[in-house]
Design a protein around this ligand. Sequence first.
Ligand code: ZN
Length: 245
Amino acid sequence: MAIQQAFVAPSILSADFAHLADEAAAVAGSDWLHVDVMDNHYVPNLTLGLPVVKSLKAATGIPLDCHLMIENPQRWAVGYAEAGAVNVSFHAETTDDPIAIAKDLRAAGSMAGLAIDRDTAVEPYLSLLSYFDTVLIMTIKAGFGGQAFMPELLAKVRTIRQAIDLDDLSIRLEVDGGINADTSSKPLPRPVRTPSWPGPPCSAPPIPPKPSAASAPWPSARSSSLRSRMGTSAGSPLTLLLTPT
Ligand code: ZN
């Protein structure tokens, strides 16, 4: 099997929200910047919304990967595509018509992403995969940072991977939740085969720690180095979303 490139997308949940432009600059070299949008409805937490994403887009050249943990994505998702996000993922649990939203996102110029939460089975969505460019599998419960990675959810990653490969689809598979230096050192089950995490580089914050208790170490900026040491087996690339614990 040919080795495919893995992608690294640090999650903005790890950042100091008062210094987002600086935080984005600190992870220059990352493939994508993962932007977790929480609305205090679909999930209890509230993070940021479209105005902040627009400002962030103007402040960084890193492609923005918007993960919408929000209700009513049919109303809001397209705005993120129009703001210039490279990929917009909405949750399967939040709509009865994911295909329509996917079509709208593609028409607006972004990739269309389907996110699947911890307690949602992937099987009902396998027949819809051709409408999507990315699939995001939660390896925690959506809505909170700092949760422990749940390795049992990798069975869903395997199921999606097999479906992608079976139909030779061009879909980027994202693994989101509790990915850090420790959890990513544990090999994912075949055929995903995420290689071991390099380790030490991720433990070194690229910027000085902020005095705020809310700030957590921001994932390493050395994404290009990490990428070169990772790879997946055949199939579309795997994206690792990094969050602190
Ligand atoms: Zn996310």
